[in-house]
Design a protein around this ligand. Sequence first.
Ligand code: PMP
Length: 362
Amino acid sequence: MTSLDDLPLRDDLRGREPYGAPQLDVPVALNTNENPYPPSERLVKALGEAVMDVAGSLNRYPDRDAAALRADLAAFLCADTPGAGLTGRNVWAANGSNEIIQQILQAFGGHGRTALGFEPSYSMHPTITRVTGTGWIDAHRAEDFGLEPERAVAAIEEHRPDVVFLTSPNNPTGTALPLDAIEAALDAAPGMVVVDEAYGEFRRAGTPSALSLLPGNPRLIVTRTMSKAFAMAGTRLGYLAADPAVVDALLLVRLPYHLSAVTQAVARTAVAHGEELLGTVDALRRERDALVAWLRGEGLTVADSDANFVLFGTFPDRRRVWEGLLERGVLIREVGPPEWLRVSVGTPAETAAFRTALKEIL
Ligand code: PMP
């Protein structure tokens, strides 16, 4: 049997673990922050028709620049943040926001360059950073998982990174970042500032998106995804909004025809049904707030969440709690600081199953 050690693998990949959120067949999956509501029958039909429409021309490559989809996404973002004045030229799309992040690092990171993030945060930021040969710098968040502008500026001035990652709301803590922290980071950063808004649609009413800072800030990139609020994780569609020059940079590193015709057609259909898909966001926010209150009522420590998941603890042996839940058919995520666990907000029935199982364990 050949093992990985026998292969001439890159030295900097030796000993690394692959991304590994367990994919288990369980009755209640609350581990990857998906939207628990499947597409309606009407939408399933529309998606099927959209695929049928492109099926007859699958002998041809897709639109390499996904122009129609990007225009649709720009219109959607304009509804979210009217002042941003975005058009298709400001938007770029790829297979999940992970691929977007990879393309950003391919274009703005690389050997001899660094990216900086504030951990605990999304684990793929350092992973993709390293895989692209970029050095990773972990600047820490405060005890309460917040990120004060002064803290962000001090870390950026100390390390002078080529790319800064800010995640709002942050995964796995749920913490939203005030705009002044993003503005301060932009002022201090010598390079690109990426605001990962994978959970942006779940933010509290009245909180502006970083999209509002785009005019006049060509070094700002805001990334979004259809995997979370948009309830389309299986489609694999992530996107960004930025100055058109940023899109020009990404055109240098993207693979030709990276976004399949099927993906583009499905994503366009989903955007056209955006109102219906995002119609679950309010219910998920309410379910989240109720879950936070319930966990606190049980005497647990819970991070404030602006997302569709909740980080709670603290458990000297979190593995025991995670396993106990799994034995009861509820899969959550062992992620973040050592004594904490993260649970995604599910349907009322799923969240009730989680509460019942956790109560038995506690
Ligand atoms: N950013 C953050 C903060 C995330 O939590 C995730 C998914 N867990 C992603 C990006 C990537 O999502 P996708 O590739 O599905 O768009």
